[in-house]
Design a binder for this molecule. Structure first.
Ligand code: NAD
Length: 371
């Protein structure tokens, strides 16, 4: 029988990659998404006519609607990605993060638990609920070391705190009710269809428009970059073969300082879209983000050892593909830049409340350096 997967947040950056991957593999997919500013059905244009793909506009906090979707579609697995995901937005407005990431996950857990209990015993054992989370729940690393699955939680931002809370709910549902949940914690993703408020698309698009390329602080913050399609493959493996009640870290072993990521994009654009001077001249250092974690780095060896997963893309191959995709797919990003997000800085606190802020090198348009 064809596998059926209900994906939440499938109109977002990673969720759309998961839907494209699953539909391409012949899996029956129901994509459930509320279509917030971050949801974009155009990211699904390559699959939206496929017979094994369906979309339903539902807010995950609406437990009754989620319950109906579960009963109607009768999935074998749920991959739960729907979330508010941008740290900068969480700094200036955390309500939606608490609501969707915590209350929404609670709603998903309760609806899915009732659905799971109502399944015939044979089918009940097969059911899986994969909760997709972030490495940001672990807080910040110093210069050395890696996050492992047992690293204590120490979130710094309203975003990461809300994801940490949701992870704890999922773990508790697995322990208390025997609910067949698995959690994944992944590092920074990048790739096609990434909303232009995030570092890599923001830098590419600002560079294309010869606008300042904002870098927080001195650009020394280190992130461990993973190409989004590698993440989608990892999630498919974890939901099929991950052990119930376990956590799996997902990361690409691609640590880079933010400034080096920006310089790399500039070098690619100098070659693919020359403007008569190095794009690096557009780099502008701006006041740091409050509570900005210094370094994240993932040890993915449990996932590699138990499930045989490996990242296919290196940072060099993935970033080349990503920059090329943005240059070739203006139809996707132009409406977003014009109507939804034009590149303005988000997450700035009023003076006197900002932590660890450095004097701004510039006040020009700036954007996030994180998920
Ligand atoms: N982007 C990263 O680098 C990264 C890394 C690790 C983990 N994650 C996690 O992966 C998941 C997806 O991240 P993303 O970058 O694709 O996010 P995204 O912001 O691009 O997409 C989120 C999607 O969720 C939908 N959504 C938001 N609130 C909803 C609600 N109440 N009901 C239904 N749908 C709702 C949005 O419409 C959007 O389509 C998140 O849970 C995030 O915490 C992201």
């Amino acid at each position: 029988m064809t596998r059926k997967v209900l994906v939440t947040g499938g109109a977002g950056f990673i969720g759309s990659a998961v839907c494209r991957h699953l539909v391409g593999a012949g899996v029956n997919v129901l994509n459930v998404d509320a279509l917030t500013y971050a949801g974009n059905l155009k990211s699904l244009s390559t699959i939206d006519n496929a017979p094994n793909y369906r979309f339903a506009r539902i807010d995950i906090c609406d437990r009754r609607a989620i319950a109906e979707a579960l009963e109607g579609f009768a999935p074998d697995q749920v991959i739960h990605l729907a979330a508010e995901s941008h740290v900068d937005r969480s700094i200036t407005g955390s309500d939606a993060f608490i609501q969707t990431n915590i209350v929404g996950t609670f709603s998903m857990l309760e609806a899915a638990r009732a659905y799971w209990l109502a399944r015939p015993p044979g089918r009940r054992d097969e059911f899986r609920f994969l909760h997709v989370s972030t490495d940001e729940v672990y807080g910040s690393l110093g210069g050395e070391g890696l996050f492992i699955e047992t690293t204590p939680y120490d979130p710094s931002s309203p975003y990461s705190a809300s994801k940490a809370a949701s992870d704890h709910l999922v773990s508790a549902w697995a322990r208390t009710y025997g609910f067949p949940a698995v959690i994944s914690n992944c590092s920074n993703n990048y790739g096609p269809y990434h909303f232009p408020e995030k570092l890599i698309p923001l830098v590419v698009l600002n560079a294309v428009h010869e606008k300042p390329l904002p870098v927080y602080g001195a650009g020394a913050n280190v992130r461990d970059w993973l190409y989004v399609e590698d993440h989608a493959r990892a999630l498919d493996l974890i939901v099929q073969r991950g052990r119930v009640g376990e956590k799996y870290n997902v990361g690409g072993r691609n640590e880079r300082r933010n400034i080096d990521v920006v310089r790399r994009i500039c070098a690619i654009l100098d070659r693919l879209r020359p403007i008569g001077r190095p794009h690096e001249q557009l780099i502008t250092f701006v006041a740091d983000r409050p509570g900005h974690d210094l370094r994240y780095a993932i040890d993915a060896s449990k996932l590699e050892r138990e499930l045989g997963w490996r990242a296919v893309e290196t940072f060099e191959s993935g970033i080349e593909k990503t920059v090329g995709w943005y240059l070739d797919n203006e139809w996707w990003w132009r409406p977003l830049r014009e109507k939804v997000y034009a590149g303005e800085r988000l997450g700035v606190l009023s003076q006197g409340t900002q932590q660890s802020a450095k004097p701004a090198g510039a006040t020009a348009a700036a954007g996030g350096t994180r998920k």
